[in-house]
Design a protein around this ligand. Structure first.
Ligand code: UDP
Ligand code: MG
Length: 320
């Protein structure tokens, strides 16, 4: 099979038939064998019924995975990736904002140009989306570029992306990590990451599932934890232990100053201030306590990372 198209969706029943027929038209006209995997992320509208109808009419090309509840876009992608069989896997939002017309060129870039991953870069953004969405997105992308070191990507969060099959089978998307799949791929050793400008339209039906400040706060927190995990995930002691040692050392020096002065004054019989009057006393106290705490955190981190439980475990109600 040439292409698996993975579509995560949450309450998008109105878009699905049009989306599927469009994909079908494009794929058949380019002679590409394909499957479409709809991952229904706990929709409360008629999305699943629509998927079932599409599956009946197209038993060979339509697959559906139905979550028992809403888990989020990343878990939906994770399960879609697990099921995908095509040599190239393409993810696409269900809301018709991404155009299936881009599929053949994305496929060509993976199979002929040798990219491991090609990310879409949404053009005409300002026409399709409000400013309150585009400006924070610019900031977000600049940070993501810096942290991940993938400097040629302008649009990390584009739902339209194409992957060599190996990539999706070897990365683990969880939490809200769908925004950083290129970073995950790079960490897994897939360094050939490209970008393609893609058309982008305003939402036709329904409304956006990611709104408000939350989106950006969570986005940055995820980036921070991903950065941390990438650098120290398997060796938390290296970061906690280092800071802990440093603090303990500062604390120890302060103790020497406080204690030394006191002993010196006592021995010489000169009048001496109370140790609690010295700022070093407080520095010693906090630093030594914090240092010890960080050490313990480092050990705990090591224990946890060594016995990490299964992370991606979702309730799947039905698969067709
Ligand atoms: N989505 C999902 N689970 C969720 C939220 C969203 O599967 O909990 C899907 C949604 O149905 C759509 C895609 O993720 O297919 C992108 O969502 P949306 O279009 O709302 O995001 P935006 O384009 O506004 O960033
Ligand atoms: Mg959208």
């Amino acid at each position: 099979m040439d292409i698996s198209i993975v579509v995560p969706l949450f309450n998008e029943d109105e878009s699905l038939p049009e989306l599927f027929n469009w994909i079908k038209r494009v794929a058949t006209s380019h002679n590409l064998s394909y499957e479409v995997i709809f991952v229904n992320d706990g929709s409360t509208d008629r999305s699943w019924e629509v998927i079932e109808e599409l599956q009946k009419e197209n038993p060979d090309t339509v697959h559906g995975i139905k979550f028992r509840r809403n888990y989020g876009k990343s878990p939906a992608l994770y399960c879609g990736f697990k099921a995908a069989q095509g040599n190239v896997v393409i993810t696409m939002d269900a809301d018709l904002q991404d155009s299936p017309d881009e599929i053949p060129e994305l496929y060509r870039m993976i199979t002929e140009d040798g990219y491991d991953l090609v990310s879409g870069y949404k053009m005409n953004r300002s026409k399709g989306d409000p400013l309150s969405k585009t400006i924070p997105t610019k900031l977000f992308n600049a940070t993501a570029r810096q942290v991940s070191g993938i400097h040629n990507l302008h649009d990390f969060n584009c739902g339209l992306k194409a992957y060599r099959k190996d990539v999706v089978k070897n990365i683990e998307v969880y939490g809200e990590m769908h925004r950083y799949i290129p970073y995950l791929a790079k960490n897994a050793g897939f360094a050939n990451i490209g970008e393609k400008r893609v058309r982008h339209q305003a939402r036709k039906f329904g409304k956006s599932k990611f709104m408000g400040l939350n989106r950006f706060v969570n986005g940055y927190l995820d980036l921070l934890s991903l950065w941390f995990l990438t650098n120290f995930g398997l060796k938390p002691m290296h970061v906690f232990g280092f800071i802990g040692t440093l603090m303990f050392f500062i604390g120890f020096l302060s103790v020497m100053v406080v204690g030394g002065t006191k002993l010196y004054c006592l021995a010489k019989g000169i009048p001496h201030p109370l140790v609690t009057d010295s700022p070093y006393f407080y520095i010693a106290l906090t630093m030594m306590i914090l240092g010890t705490q960080l050490f313990v955190a480092g050990f705990l981190g090591e224990l946890v990372s060594r016995n990490a439980p299964e992370r991606n475990n979702y309730q799947i109600e039905k698969e067709i």
